[in-house]
Design a protein around this ligand. Structure first.
Ligand code: G3H
Length: 482
C-alpha cells in the first residue's frame, strides 16, 4: 500500500533529504467529525527544519538542470497517482477536515486536472529578446535575451480547507519551474497532506527536492522565517498570520491569499431566484469555511423582503450533518470556530439583528444562520466568521452598497447580481476586489483564472500561468555586438 511506507501505525513520518523519518515527539490530529484519531505527525525541532531546508537547497541545484519536459513527466505521474488513490484520499479528507464526500472527491480530481494544466502551460512559456535603440541615445548594438529562471527554495504553506488542492497549486508550479519546495501543511489536514506528498515521491521526485515541515504552526513558523535558504513564500491562511510572515520574511517575494469578507450586491432588477441559489451555495458550501465564501449580502431595500424570504425558504433545503452522507453543512474544524461564530451572532442579536437558523447547534456542528437587518455597528458586518452564517445588510442605493462593500479591510472577491448592464458595471468598476463576479457566486475556479486579493486579502496573483510566473523570475542576458 502506497501510504503504509510513510507511517508506523498511527505515527506519520516527515520527509527530508528524500527519506521518510520518524519524529521524536508527535502532534495528535483528531477528527472534527467524531473526535477519533486521524494520526500523529512529527513535531519538528529547529535543527530538523534547518536540515530539511538545506537538503532542498542542495537538491534544487541539480533539479534546475533537468529538462522541463522531464520535470513535467514526474508531476504528470503524480496526477495519475492522485486519481488512482482518489477514494482513499477523499476518505481522509472527510475524516480529517469534515469536508463532504463528494467535495472531497472533487478536490482530488480538481488537483489532478490542475497538475496536468500547469505542466501544459509551463511548456508554452516563452522568453523574449529586446533590441537596444528604443530609448533614444543608447547603442543599437545591445540585445537582451530574457528568460525565466527558478527562484531557489520556495516555502509553500497551505490551509486546512483544501489540504490537497491549495498545497499542489503552490508546489506544482514551483517544482515545474525548477525550484525545490519546503512544504508546511496545516496541522488539521497534515495526515492527508503527507499522503499527497508520498504521491509526489512515488512519482519519482528526486531525493531532497521536497521536504515536509510539521508541528505547531507558530513554533515551526518562527524557525522557517529564520531560514536563509528560503527564497520565496507562498502562503494561504489568515490575514493575521500573513501579516506576521510579511514582517518576518525580509526581502523575498511573497504570494499570499488571506482573509476575505466577500460581498454579494443584489440590485433591484436581479433575478432573485438565481441570486438566492448562487448565494446559498457561495455562503454555505463547506460550511462557509472558504476564503471566497460570500460573507455578506448588500441588498437594495425595495427587493430585500422578497430576497430574504426566498433565502430563508432555500436555507431549509440545506443538508446538515455527517460529511460521509454528503451534507453541505458539516461540523466546523473545531469547537472554537463554532464558538466564534456564535459570539458574532450574539453581538448582532444584542444590537437588533433578526436571527434565523434551520436548527440548533450540536458541539462544533452549526446549522445555517441568516442574520437579517445587520448594520454597520455590528461585528458581523466586518469580521470574517468562517462558518455557516450569512449577514444581510439592507441598502438604499447601489452607491451605499459600494460604500459599505469598500469599507471592509478585505478585498478578495465580490459578486453583483442584476440585469441592467450599466448599473451592474457601475458597481463592478467601483468595488475594491481582486475579482468581481457578475450574476455568479465568488469562487477561485476555474484554476487558470487569475486569483488575487487586494487590501488585507493578499499579495500577488495565483492561477496557473500567474503562479508559474510568481514561482520564477526573469533573467536578462545582454549581448553586445563588438
Ligand atoms: O479558501 C480559499 C480558497 O482559495 C477558496 O477556493 O473558491 O475554490 O473554494 P474555492
Amino acid at each position: 500500500m502506497l501510504f503504509d511506507t510513510i507511517r508506523d501505525g498511527m505515527d506519520y513520518k516527515r520527509l527530508a533529504g528524500g527519506k521518510w523519518l520518524n519524529g521524536k515527539e508527535y502532534l495528535e490530529i483528531v477528527s472534527p467529525v467524531d473526535g477519533s484519531l486521524c494520526g500523529r505527525v512529527p513535531m519538528m525541532e529547529d535543527a530538523d527544519i534547518h536540515a530539511a531546508v538545506e537538503s532542498c537547497a542542495a537538491a534544487q541545484k541539480q533539479w534546475q538542470k533537468v529538462p522541463l519536459a522531464q520535470r513535467g513527466d514526474i508531476l504528470l505521474r503524480c496526477a495519475d497517482l492522485l486519481e488512482e488513490h482518489q477514494e482513499e484520499l477523499a476518505d481522509m479528507l472527510v475524516r480529517e477536515i469534515a469536508k463532504d464526500i463528494s467535495s472531497s472527491r472533487a478536490e482530488v480530481q480538481r488537483t489532478a486536472e490542475l497538475i496536468r494544466a500547469t505542466v501544459q502551460f509551463a511548456k508554452t512559456m516563452t522568453g523574449e529578446t529586446l533590441q537596444g535603440g528604443a530609448m533614444g541615445r543608447e547603442s543599437t548594438a545591445k540585445t537582451a535575451i530574457v528568460s525565466r529562471v527558478p527562484l531557489g527554495v520556495i516555502l509553500a504553506v497551505s490551509p486546512f480547507n483544501y489540504p490537497i488542492n491549495l498545497a499542489m497549486s503552490k508546489i506544482v508550479p514551483a517544482l515545474v519551474m525548477g525550484n525545490a519546495v519546503v512544504f508546511k501543511p496545516p496541522s488539521q489536514g497534515a495526515v492527508v497532506s503527507l499522503c499527497m506528498v508520498q504521491c509526489l515521491q512515488a512519482a519519482g521526485l528526486p531525493d531532497g527536492l521536497l521536504g515536509t515541515i510539521t508541528g505547531a504552526g507558530k513554533r515551526v513558523g518562527q524557525q522557517l522565517l529564520r531560514e536563509p535558504s528560503i527564497h520565496m513564500i507562498n502562503f494561504t491562511g489568515s490575514t493575521q498570520v500573513g501579516q506576521i510572515i510579511a514582517k518576518g520574511a525580509g526581502m523575498i517575494p511573497l504570494v499570499m491569499e488571506l482573509g476575505g469578507k466577500d460581498a454579494a450586491v443584489v440590485l433591484a432588477d436581479a433575478d432573485l431566484d438565481h441570486a438566492v441559489s448562487q448565494i446559498i451555495s457561495g455562503a454555505f458550501g463547506y460550511s462557509g469555511q472558504r476564503c471566497t465564501a460570500i460573507k455578506r449580502v448588500l441588498v437594495l431595500e425595495q427587493v430585500a423582503d422578497e430576497f430574504v424570504s426566498k433565502l430563508k425558504e432555500k436555507m431549509k433545503e440545506i443538508t446538515v450533518g455527517n460529511p460521509y452522507d454528503g451534507c453541505m453543512v458539516t461540523p466546523l474544524i473545531h469547537e472554537a470556530a463554532a464558538d466564534f461564530v456564535m459570539e458574532l451572532v450574539e453581538d448582532a442579536q444584542s444590537r437588533g439583528a433578526d436571527i434565523f437558523t434551520t436548527g440548533q447547534r450540536r458541539g462544533n456542528l452549526l446549522y445555517p444562520i441568516c442574520a437579517d437587518h445587520v448594520t454597520e455597528e455590528m461585528r458581523l458586518a466586518w469580521e470574517e466568521p468562517f462558518g455557516p452564517i450569512l449577514p444581510v445588510l439592507r441598502v438604499k442605493s447601489a452607491e451605499e452598497a459600494v460604500r459599505i462593500a469598500n469599507k471592509s479591510e478585505y478585498g478578495l472577491q465580490a459578486s453583483v447580481f442584476g440585469n441592467n448592464i450599466r448599473e451592474v458595471f457601475d458597481v463592478v468598476e467601483q468595488v475594491e476586489a481582486g475579482t468581481v463576479n457578475i450574476n455568479g457566486k465568488s469562487e477561485r475556479s476555474p484554476d487558470h483564472f487569475p486569483f488575487l486579493g487586494i487590501k488585507q486579502s493578499g499579495i500577488g496573483v495565483q492561477g496557473i500561468r500567474y503562479a508559474l510566473e510568481a514561482s520564477s523570475t526573469v533573467k536578462s542576458v545582454v549581448l553586445n555586438k563588438i
